[in-house]
Design a protein around this ligand. Structure first.
Ligand code: NAD
Length: 246
């Protein structure tokens, strides 16, 4: 049902982004994998019969004049840094804000004119439980995700009259390379062994005691970009095992 649609997925070479690209491609979309990991982006594009756009999306000045001809945009590229505020590297804070808030703004800005022209568009912002709740030691990430929630809602209000929807997906911890890399840092900052991080830190708030799988997130993204979801906009859909029910 996505035949003829062009879908751009940032960070599409790994984890949740790759799962979204696979979901869209399986339904006939032409996928554009935007990622700075050239090798992985090219491999994913080849596997899915799409194209790779190799770019550092934190280099936001380069996106100021961009024009995109796409029907679906998934703002997904993201990184994590875990450190108390007083030790938090200011450059890491700025990098996270650029990649995870400024760049989504610039990509939405670049995509809307063509979406408005066609009277149809779907924007899916991969936020997080941390778009709705805070955790210690994640000042940049939590700030960026809370900002993304606001950007998504404003996009929904402006896009509504043009057939363009914008929504957030808010997963708890998903089994991806991003989370696997974080285990070492979490162990250090909380002073516990790495083997205890998943249970003691990552699953404390959830009622369902397991990690989310990337293809579960992609199935929700797949529904949000369908025609049936045309009345769904400005929303934030949790897939967090009950975390934010608290
Ligand atoms: P991941 O590390 O598996 O994939 C992220 C991708 O983004 C990688 O392919 C990487 O190369 C790319 N990327 C990173 N920096 C980039 C840059 N500057 N320019 C271009 N590409 C860049 O991560 P993931 O776990 O799949 O996370 C994807 C999104 O989901 C992120 O926004 C993350 O915050 C969000 N999220 C993840 C989890 C989780 O537990 N994994 C939970 C909630 C939300």
């Amino acid at each position: 049902d996505l035949a003829g649609k062009r879908a751009l997925v940032t960070g599409g070479a790994s984890g949740i982004g790759l799962a979204c690209a696979q979901e869209f491609a399986a339904r006939g979309a032409h996928v554009i994998i935007a990622d700075f990991n050239a090798e992985a982006a090219n491999a994913a594009a080849a596997e899915l019969g799409g194209e790779a756009w190799v770019a550092d999306l934190a280099d936001t000045a380069a996106l100021d004049t961009l024009e995109l001809d796409i029907d679906i945009l998934v703002n997904n590229a993201g990184i994590q840094r875990v450190s108390p505020i007083e030790d938090f590297d200011p450059d890491a804070f700025r990098l996270i804000l650029r990649l995870m808030l400024e760049s989504p703004f610039l990509l939405i800005r670049a995509a809307l004119p063509k979406m408005y022209e066609r009277g149809w568009g779907r924007i899916v912002n991969i936020s997080s439980a941390h778009g709705l709740r805070a955790s210690a030691y994640k000042s940049a990430y939590v700030s960026a995700k809370h900002g993304l929630e606001g950007l998504s809602k404003v996009t929904a209000l402006e896009g509504g009259a043009h057939g363009v929807t914008s929504n957030c997906i808010n997963p708890a911890y998903v089994r991806t390379p991003l989370v696997e890399k974080q285990i070492t840092d979490q162990a250090k900052v909380h002073g516990i062994p790495e083997s205890e991080v998943v249970e003691k830190i990552m699953l404390t708030e959830t009622a369902v005691k397991r990690l989310v799988e990337a293809d579960e997130v992609a199935s929700l993204a797949g529904w949000l970009v369908s025609d049936k979801a045309g009345m769904v906009t400005g929303a934030s859909y949790t897939m967090d095992g009950g975390w934010t029910a608290r």
